[in-house]
Write a protein that binds this ligand. Sequence first.
Ligand code: IFL
Length: 484
Amino acid sequence: MRDLPRRSVLSLLGAAGLAGVSGIATAQPSPSAPTPGSSNADAPARGATALAPPPGGWRAVAEDVRTETRWAWKSYVDRAFGHDQIKPVSGTVEEFFVPGHPMGLTVVEALDTLWLMELDTEFAQGVAWVKANLNFDVDAPFQVFETNIRMLGGLLSAYHVSGDASLLALARDLGDRLLVAFTKSPTGIPYRYVNLRTGAVSSPETNLAETGTYITEFGSLSNWTGDRKYYNAAKKALKYAYDHRTSYDLLPWDVHAETGAWRNRYATIGPPADSYYEYLWDGWHLFGDRDLKAWWDTLIKAILRHQTDVVNGRLWFSQVDAFTGARDSRTQSELASFFGGLFAESGDTTRGRAYHDSWTAVQDRYGVLPEGINYTSLRPTSVGNQLRPEYADGALFLWLATRDELYRERAHRHYQQMKQTSRTTYGYTILTDVTTGAKGDFCPGYWWSEQLKYYWLIFGDARRFDYTSHYLSTEGNIFLGAKK
Ligand code: IFL
């Protein structure tokens, strides 16, 4: 494994399935994918949309994002400091991992965002809390996937931006405790839960995302500690699922960690599969591992061939039977909307744009994306919105790849809409119904790590972010590209 890959790669993604998508019927595949770890830094794409920036320019929008972050952080510190999540309507708290046992989730999720925004007092306050309080010797089962992307990822990104060795030591301690979920499994697919103190594992019934969303956290831990065991465990789990793909090169989304048997027949790009695919690309991007690139190429080609579904001129990806390729459902989870950005990162900005366009039609209709839709009618299948970042994530990575102002416009509308619908007494909250605007009382940890950061990077021309070489994890954690 190498620290910083330097190879150029060829895009193996064709334009299959795009014919008939509104405005891009003659779309061609992008001639080449970006060098891993890089993006097209300055050049706007040919055909980029000429849009006037808002009054005051994008910098003013970025400053507003920073002001909102500082305000929400103050409420969190005043009302909930050290608790996993604030309930911003009532000003009370909620734990995420273990009932009644705070792990400071919001602190850990927020750290690299605060640093990138140059909110140095707040960053120092968060790091001080972590050093004084965070302890993983807890006698309780922790969900391996969530603990990895949120806590391990948050500590690693805080280490990346600060170079503070005590944060890496905490990350290593946590990594060792999580690793047991992999090493105790006969297949190498991790159990869903591990007791962080005793190492007792539970819940072998798992899924694709919880099988394969580790390689960038575990790989960065390997790079920074010099111990390859974390990378190897994460790759083994990815490989097990890949090696057992169906004859259609598709992966059902549920699997058993002990037997390795698929637990259902169906393939989706949404949850609970989504970030398995994301981490194949990301592992190649970050570590230059050719196996991961080859697995990505095979699986994405099959997804494009069997799951592409163009309805009313819009690009979607249906749920299909992985053993026959037959369509099962025309619903789509909002969580899949980050794929627009993932396509762009992999060099396919045409398809990325088309998929982001599809979700833009949903945003235009409801203001805020519902958790799920039937894409033939665009009607919600689930009317809530858990303060989701995926559409802004897609906008950022499409903008990084093309520099088309269109994506800033879209991210700006997402931000404005969030301010209008989710801002409340002590921060930002989820919506229980996007069609009525009814609010819940809960601010998820990822809000601090994801959309605040995505907005800051897309509007801010951030001095501390390397726009030419960077990596953000599925949780938005930065493992490459902090400019100190
Ligand atoms: O934890 C977040 C992360 O982006 C992810 N899945 C869902 C969350 C945000 O919606 O991988």
